[in-house]
Write a protein that binds this ligand. Structure first.
Ligand code: NAD
Length: 401
């Protein structure tokens, strides 16, 4: 059985690495650098071991390519491509469209096509299937399914194997074949009644997180105004054994999922005349946190940041990964620079970003911790500046929410 995985990023490479144990995998990616690196057995994704890739390469069960024509003899295709927002914050399916074109133009026999990319309900049925048919010369009757990816890169306790996998096909045969494909390397398969339910469930999971993060971010501001500790209050609430789930405040949400996916849900809701007020407001509250953090830092430093050297610690959107997509650190840096601060940043996991390099973890007037990687010690953070504002709640002794 030969599997083509379109997109070799966080999701696609993860699935390739798991599938390589049981199938012959061809990883399609239009980034030549990624392709070359993967063919040398070097992983660029946290959580995917280079050694595993090397094992599959040596066994002749994995290679990467830029050439979509290599899809012509696969039995299953998994689509794992970005689903970002357009400039006016609408769902942007141009990557998915490109995948449909690659499939339509190159696959001439009926196969199973599974979408793992996150998108709004109806994407598989009303967008992917018609697009592939539009690009296909011979009107091939493929099977279609959705199985949204839930991977959390950098996470140790839950992975591809032990995270239950949702799935649904457009036909019972597509569902059955999808279950057969994943059950080799996923412990629990959860079938739902339609692709739309699976697509919506994925969006709702991330919307749930975005709304709860916004709620706790708003509560952090309330607690500060009341002069009580947000962390102690949350710990107190968390002693309730039911009906409460603890979220912690932050400078905002980042990554490709939480700041983006809820907007897909809001867009489709509004298109159908349904309200999406929580979703829209949660997004705003989380975006406004960066300004709130800088306001607090400014207020603690004589109400003026002009000419002060500020070190932003942790550029990645979450600990122990190099992913800077939609990171709140960028908004914090922008606000600091707008107020005249001289900003540098320290993040050895990220290394370089926007032509700048990670600075020394020392010698600043002010340090603001956005993300705390395990490799950075609390002691070094506290020694980096006379004033440290910590948005993570992990640096005892620093100022914070
Ligand atoms: N990253 C996560 O933690 C995560 C978790 C769950 C779901 N998702 C969803 O999975 C999807 C993929 O996200 P990701 O994080 O893996 O993206 P990514 O940016 O890490 O990877 C996408 C890859 O696709 C390649 N690519 C772009 N256009 C291509 C094309 N036309 N043909 C071939 N390759 C192409 C890029 O070069 C890149 O390597 C998105 O819908 C995302 O919302 C992501």
């Amino acid at each position: 059985m030969k599997v083509g995985v379109i997109g070799q990023g966080y999701v696609g490479l993860t699935i390739s690495a798991f599938a390589g144990e049981f199938y012959s995998v061809v990883g399609l990616d239009n980034n030549q650098k990624v392709v070359d690196q993967l063919n040398k057995g070097v992983s660029h994704i946290e959580g995917v071991e280079s050694l595993v890739l090397q094992k599959w390469i040596q066994a002749g069960r994995f290679h990467a390519t830029k050439s979509a024509s290599e899809l012509s003899d696969v039995d299953i295709i998994v689509i794992a491509l970005p689903t970002p927002l357009t400039e006016d914050r609408q769902p942007d399916l141009t990557f998915i469209d490109a995948a449909c074109k690659s499939i339509g133009e190159n696959v001439q026999k009926p196969i199973l096509i599974i979408n793992e990319s996150t998108s709004f309900p109806g994407t598989l049925r009303k967008y992917i299937k018609p697009a592939i048919e539009k690009y296909s010369k011979n009107q091939v009757e493929h099977m279609y399914a959705i199985s949204p990816e839930r991977v959390d890169p950098g996470r140790g306790d839950y992975n591809q194997k032990n995270t239950p996998r949702l799935y649904a096909g457009l036909t019972p045969e597509a569902s059955e074949k999808t279950r057969d494909f994943y059950s080799k390397f996923c412990d629990e398969m959860v079938e739902v009644s339609s692709p739309e339910v699976a697509e919506a469930a994925k969006l709702f999971e991330n919307t749930f997180r975005q709304v709860n993060i916004a709620l706790v971010n708003e509560f952090a501001q309330i607690a500060n105004a009341l002069g009580i500790s947000v962390y102690e209050t949350l710990d107190a609430a968390d002693t309730k054994p039911y009906g409460f789930m603890k979220f912690t405040p932050s400078a905002g949400v980042g990554g490709h999922c939480i700041p983006v996916d809820p907007t897909y849900l809001a867009a489709v809701a509004e298109e159908h005349g349904a309200p999406a007020t929580f979703i829209r407001r949660a997004n705003e509250v989380n975006l406004e946190m960066s300004k709130y953090v800088v306001d607090r830092v400014e207020a603690d430093n004589g109400g003026n940041l002009q000419g002060k050297s500020v070190l932003v610690i942790g550029l990645a959107y979450k600990p122990n990964v190099a992913d800077v997509r939609e990171t709140a650190a960028e908004l914090v840096i922008d606000h600091l620079r707008d107020r005249g601060a001289v900003v540098s940043w320290h993040d050895e996991v990220v290394g370089t970003w926007h032509g700048e390099s990670s600075a020394q973890l020392s010698g600043a007037d002010i340090a603001v911790v956005i993300t705390k990687h395990d490799v950075v010690s609390e002691r070094d953070i506290l020694a980096s500046a006379p004033y440290v504002f910590d948005t993570t709640g992990k640096v005892a002794g620093a100022k914070g929410f």
